[in-house]
Design a protein around this ligand. Structure first.
Ligand code: DC
Length: 212
């Protein structure tokens, strides 16, 4: 039996994770944070002393590393839930996400994840464009730059607002200009701007797309 597949894309701090998790819960679907997978590969590289920008060894690492992304994130059996959000991983993750070999491997894993569950709510940057171009519902979630930086700085307690804002701007630029699957809006995605809006209202917007 095929269930619904919902793709939620958008930049850092747009509210994607919160919305995707809530939508999954309301619909009784499972939720996958694909950004956590790119972060897990970055964490594994750093842990093994591999430069995250060194494309060839990082590509090989992505093919063999064991990653589990659920409420906790486990990398080769080690709980890395906290570490994958560290400034060190956050700084290095864009280079890993720009690596075509890493993307090929993680996209294949994301498709297997959804196949095994006959659907789900999948969140990332290229979900509606590349990973699941035939998703039932595609949402592109945004918020203005200031609000995205404010939200992220509440999560990144060890970084100041200015640092977070600069980091988001840098990552937006790398993520949207890389040659391998740049962040883009799918032509059939519904664009939702969460600026100044209550997250519950955004969740309702997404649910209305599923029902409709
Ligand atoms: O959503 P996030 O900040 O945890 O994502 C971490 C990085 O991974 C971010 O720089 C963009 C990248 N990413 C990606 O390229 N493709 C995805 N499907 C998900 C995340």
């Amino acid at each position: 039996m095929r269930q619904t597949l919902i793709a939620i894309d958008g930049p850092a701090g747009s509210g994607k994770s919160t919305v995707a998790r809530a939508v999954a819960q309301r619909l009784g679907l499972e939720y996958l944070d694909t950004g956590a997978m790119y972060r897990a590969v970055t964490f594994a590289a750093i842990r093994r002393g591999i430069d995250p920008a060194d494309a060839e060894p990082v590509g090989r690492l992505a093919a063999e590393v064991d990653i589990e992304v659920a409420d906790a994130v486990t990398v080769d059996g080690v709980d890395a839930t906290i570490e994958i959000r560290s400034p060190e991983v956050t700084r290095a993750v864009s280079a890993v996400a720009a690596n075509p070999a890493v993307r090929r491997e993680l996209v294949a894993r994301q498709r297997l994840w959804a196949q095994a569950r006959h659907g789900g709510v999948v969140e990332g940057r290229d979900i509606g464009t590349v990973v699941f171009p035939h998703a039932d519902v595609k949402v592109y979630l945004t918020a203005d730059d200031g609000e995205r930086a404010t939200r992220r700085s509440k999560e990144m307690l060890d970084m100041h607002y200015d640092q977070v804002a600069a980091d988001i701007a840098r990552r937006d630029h790398i993520d949207s200009t890389r040659s391998a699957s740049p962040m883009a809006v799918a032509s059939d995605a519904v664009h939702i701007d969460s600026t100044g809006r209550d997250i519950d209202a955004v969740v309702e917007d997404v649910l209305s797309l599923v029902a409709g």
